[in-house]
Ligand binder design. Structure first.
Ligand code: ADP
Length: 479
């Protein structure tokens, strides 16, 4: 159960993961039915949906559970017009403010998922319920307090601990949670109701999206208030890296880029893509200038403000910057201003643009990811696959997926990018210096690109780990 899944509805990496896992698990004998809210776009993608279950009143209105096939996936939709039939973003209104009834919206989705798990749909009893992020956090809680004779195993996956879904305690009864659930070992969280906290407390197993992040979230520095609970549950916590869809992200077959190329033959194709990107964005036609790319939400988490600070240093190297993203208005404005001030050298596109994201990965020499924290990160995986060398902060999944090209690594034919720490403007500036220096050594750079492009960033290995975890949990429950 999740609140978004690519390609049906996406605001971030969560959707990529949820949309990819069913396909990656299928060959391993794991059949996934994906439960999502019937947002207008999702409903529209499921014209032949059939009704499997009805609620006369689910948190304020009638609702149905529908089944359909969409984007080659089996989906179950919670069709509750009073909760989900709204335009725009899944979580916020047109002004960017959280929908005021988010607790009831995602509480309803979790309730429906728990009902399905307990047999609401005839002929269907899943072995495992996999709950993603705070929106699904109440699923383990509803199952725990249902006191049913049997229930499926539960896995809670944290894609980002910063989003916790904390709501007023007065919602306990409206959410249909029993009074006894309002306890330290239940849904209570700092005097309110914590959706993610509930999932972390009550799921059989907890995963997060990289081994390093799994360790980081157990520390007070990065546990965001949940580290105590996570330390307590340490034996049930593991990190499974994300992959990317290597069919969608395949430079040898990508219809969204100007020229296709592979790790064996990349020089010409990449040169064409770089020239095309420069032309598309109004950057100077400078084949030799190191071109740095950014594809990111523009928020504090992503360390994008640090990039703004070191921009003069980047430009002093004769380098260029192509940035695509959206987020905090002051950051958007500052980057637009930088683009005006450095026409031809800095290109800034505010918005969400799948095609340009591919163009940047194929045309930029390096991709900057200076995140202050990063549970896994997907853009650096795309960058590896496309031979845009990732320049990343040593944190979370970035630390797990990029090998720093220091002299020792180079001497032993290792290295796939540039890794820096601490996450400060100085360290980022130094990383940019090192990247430019490496870019000036063509044979070294080419070898790095080849290694990056042949790194396995697919779902094959992560899917095996999820499948093994699911089987172990089912075995442990003796079902
Ligand atoms: P997060 O989920 O924290 O935003 P990730 O790196 O895990 O970050 O995933 C972000 C996903 O969204 C990637 O697939 C990335 O390519 C994509 N993305 C982010 N911003 C944009 C944008 N402005 N346009 C197109 N794709 C974007």
């Amino acid at each position: 159960m999740a609140s978004e899944a690519y390609p049906l509805v996406k605001t971030g990496g969560l959707a990529d993961v949820v949309g990819a896992l069913p396909h990656a698990l299928a060959p391993l004998g794991v059949r996934v039915r994906l439960m999502l809210p019937a947002y207008p776009a999702v409903r529209a993608a499921c014209p032949g949906a059939v009704t499997l279950h009805r609620y006369a009143d689910l948190h304020g209105g009638p609702a149905r559970i529908l089944a359909a096939e969409a984007a080659r996936m089996e989906v179950l939709l919670l069709d509750a017009p009073h909760l989900f039939d709204r335009p725009g973003n899944p979580y916020v209104d047109a002004t960017g403010t959280d929908w005021t009834d988010n607790a009831l919206r995602f509480g309803a989705l979790a309730r429906a998922a728990a009902d399905v798990a307990l047999g609401a749909i005839s002929g269907y009893r899943p072995d495992v319920v996999h709950a993603h992020d705070w929106q699904a956090g109440l699923v383990p809680a509803y199952l725990h307090y249902a006191d049913a004779p049997t229930r499926p195993a539960t896995v809670m996956t944290v894609h980002n601990l910063a989003f916790q879904g904390r709501f007023d305690a007065a919602l306990l009864a409206p959410l249909g949670l029993p009074p006894r659930s309002f306890a330290m070992d239940g849904v209570e969280y700092y005097g309110g109701i914590g959706f993610l906290k509930a999932g972390l407390a009550l799921a059989d197993h907890i995963t997060t999206v990289s081994p390093t992040y799994a360790a980081e979230i157990r520390t007070s520095a990065e546990g965001m208030g949940l580290d105590g609970l996570l330390r307590q549950r340490a034996a049930a916590v593991s990190g499974i890296l994300n992959g990317i869809d290597t069919d969608v992200w395949d430079p040898a077959r990508d219809p969204l880029i100007a020229a296709r190329y592979s790790s064996r033959d990349l020089a010409k194709g990449r040169a064409v893509n770089k020239a095309a990107l420069q032309a598309r964005l109004g950057l100077d036609d400078a084949p030799g200038a190191p071109l740095f790319g950014v594809v990111s939400r523009l928020t504090w988490q992503k360390g994008i403000d640090l990039l703004l600070e070191v921009l003069p240093r980047l430009l002093a190297h004769g380098a260029q910057l192509a940035l695509l993203g959206s987020g905090d208005k002051p950051l958007e404005a500052a980057f637009k201003e930088a683009a005006r001030a450095h026409r031809g050298r800095v290109a800034v596109t505010i918005g969400y643009d799948e095609s340009l994201a591919h163009g940047i990965q194929a045309g930029a020499d390096a991709l900057l990811v200076p995140s202050r924290f990063e549970p896994c990160g997907l853009t650096q995986l795309c960058a590896l696959r496309y031979g845009a060398l990732p320049v990343v902060a040593r944190t979370g999944g970035l630390a797990d997926t990029v090998v720093d090209a220091n002299e020792m690594a180079l001497a032993s034919a290792a290295g796939t990018g540039v890794v820096f720490s601490p996450v400060t403007a100085d360290a980022l500036a130094h990383a940019i210096d090192r990247t430019v220096e490496l870019h000036g050594r063509p044979a070294t750079w080419r070898a790095l690109q080849r290694r990056a492009m042949t790194t396995d960033v697919s779902w094959a290995r992560p899917a095996e780990r999820y499948a093994a975890l699911f089987r172990a949990l089912v075995d442990a429950r003796g079902s």
